[in-house]
Design a protein around this ligand. Structure first.
Ligand code: PLP
Length: 502
């Protein structure tokens, strides 16, 4: 299996190269040249396997330059019972919402309590093996700019992984107290965390500048190191997400909720379009999916795009209670457009260039029509998000986080509009305790909020009896290891110092 760049069909690489490089030199994203085809017989083989077994099969079909032993090593190190609370890292919880059955795929049982663990627990292992194949003997230096969730998930994934070092920058006033505490108490002998005096964009720009400064790269090379990326456009982050849709389908069949071959709908709370694209890629392999329901918050650029074929990022930016979806440029959409345009790198590059230069582009009628037949786009504002959390809790005693609530709400809109009762899987992307303040305000609108995040967690627990995930419960007593703050301009120096190569 080989991979192409979405913006240059002549750029052809192996999976190890795609993962080691992260992004193509032309600015495009790496995509598989074709999709492995799974028949009902393939699914029959997957049904009796556990999550890890299914993951090994899917990985083997895409990472053809990895040996079976290498893949097994990655999967077995990533999805352990110790890290994900149980043998199945992605359990389904079946509930009703406003009278309709909903199957909630809980993707947040990993060490940082958000779905990014599903990919970031395995990426370091895929990356170190990819580096061995392509740049043998070098250590990878991972730089991350984060607005909260990605930084912690990357730190947990890379901590104490041989031949890697990770440095995370976060905006000093731009993350929640819980997120900050999660990062500054990070364990591991190859990790470093630093606040910057600026916002998330400053952090992101600073990191990009370090990546592209030749003198810094040369300094790293002298010391047998090279920069690599744990960014969500890396193929090594997308592929692990394909697995859980396939595995969830098998679990639904085994539980008697559907028969093998039956179609399902999937609902995904969407930001960068990675998670929902993984569901689409699973369907390209033969997973029977009827509709992809794309749920946004008030930053509803994708809702408009699905409904009109016009993508326009030139609009008001909202800071919402589902912050991981506060995004106006959904990077992974590029991969969908490439596929739907018949693997056309020229038009894909043209649209992406227009997005950069004119902030907007319009796809062809053909692509527009395919998108509206496959996808449903909807959105939900903060008030309705809170109302949905309350309704779900009042109806079923089930507590969902703000991102998941956006998905539940948009699904409810979809059924009201279409009356399509195809069995549904809703991706649940974070523990409610990660967003305790908003969730607390939702279930108890007249509550007097306590002063600290940890008190909010305890109060939410007293009111709802929902279990506090152990990684969050134990956080309170952890010692702060990193309390550095730096100016944006000093980020390069910080990196060289941290790597001890100044
Ligand atoms: C990152 C994130 C999302 C958005 O996922 P995408 O793959 O970027 O669409 C949704 N919910 C939570 C909790 C997240 O952390």
């Amino acid at each position: 299996m080989l991979y192409n760049s979405t913006e240059n069909a002549n750029e052809v690489v192996s999976s190890a190269q795609a993962i080691a490089q992260g992004i193509s030199p032309d600015g495009g994203l790496f995509v598989p040249q074709e999709f492995p085809q799974y028949t009902l017989d393939t699914f029959k083989e997957l049904l009796p396997l556990d999550y890890q077994g299914r993951a090994k099969k899917v990985f083997a079909d895409y990472l053809t330059d990895f040996t079976a032993e290498e893949i097994a090593d990655c999967v077995d190190k990533a999805y352990t019972e110790e890290k994900f609370e149980s043998k199945n890292p992605a359990p389904i919880v079946s509930k009703k919402y406003n009278g309709n059955d909903v199957n909630i795929l809980e993707l947040w049982h990993g060490p940082t309590c958000a779905f990014k663990d599903m990919a970031l627990q395995i990426l370091p292992h895929l990356l170190t093996k990819s580096l061995k194949k392509t740049y043998d003997g070098k250590d990878a230096v991972i730089l991350v700019a984060t607005s909260g969730d990605t930084g912690k998930a990357a730190l947990e994934g890379f901590k104490d992984v041989d031949n890697t070092k990770i440095i995370v920058f976060y905006p000093v006033d731009g993350v929640s107290p819980m997120q900050k505490h999660q990062m500054t108490t990070q364990a591991g002998n190859n990790v470093n965390v630093c606040a910057i005096k600026g916002n998330f964009d400053d952090a992101q720009t600073g990191v990009k500048k370090i990546f592209t400064t030749p003198e810094i790269s040369a300094k790293l090379a002298e010391n047998n190191m090279l920069f690599s990326s744990a960014n969500s456009i890396n193929w090594g982050r997308l592929l692990p997400q394909v697995v859980y849709y396939i595995s969830a389908y098998c679990d639904m069949v085994n539980a008697g909720k559907i028969a093998l071959g039956d179609k399902i709908n999937v609902v995904v709370p969407t930001g960068n379009f990675g998670n929902i694209l993984a569901a689409y890629y699973a369907s390209c392999m033969g997973l029977p999916i009827n509709k992809f329901i794309c749920a946004s918050n008030s930053n509803n650029v994708l809702t408009d795009f699905i409904n009109t074929g016009v993508y326009n990022k030139n609009r008001k930016f909202f800071t919402t209670i589902s912050p991981s979806m506060d995004i106006l440029v959904s990077s992974n959409l590029e991969r969908l457009l490439y596929k739907l345009s018949g693997n056309n790198d020229v038009v894909t590059k043209d649209w992406m260039t227009k997005l950069k230069t004119e902030s907007t582009y319009e796809v062809t009628d053909e692509v527009k029509n395919t998108i509206s037949s496959l996808f449903f786009g909807g959105f939900c504002d903060d008030d309705n998000t809170k109302q949905t959390i309350k309704n779900m809790f009042d109806q079923e005693g089930y507590l969902c986080d703000t991102h998941t609530a956006v998905a539940v709400n948009v699904y409810d809109q979809y059924v009201a509009k279409t009356n399509d009762k195809t069995p549904v899987i809703i991706a649940s992307t974070a523990s409610p305790y990660k967003f305790s303040k908003a969730v607390l305000e939702a279930v108890k609108p007249d509550v007097e909020l306590p002063a600290t995040e940890f008190e909010m967690v305890d109060m939410l627990n007293q009111i709802t009896n929902a279990k506090i995930p152990s990684p969050l419960a134990s956080l309170k007593d952890k010692e702060v290891r990193f309390n550095n703050t730096t100016e944006v301009d000093s980020m390069p120096d910080y990196v060289l110092n941290a790597l001890e190569i100044k």
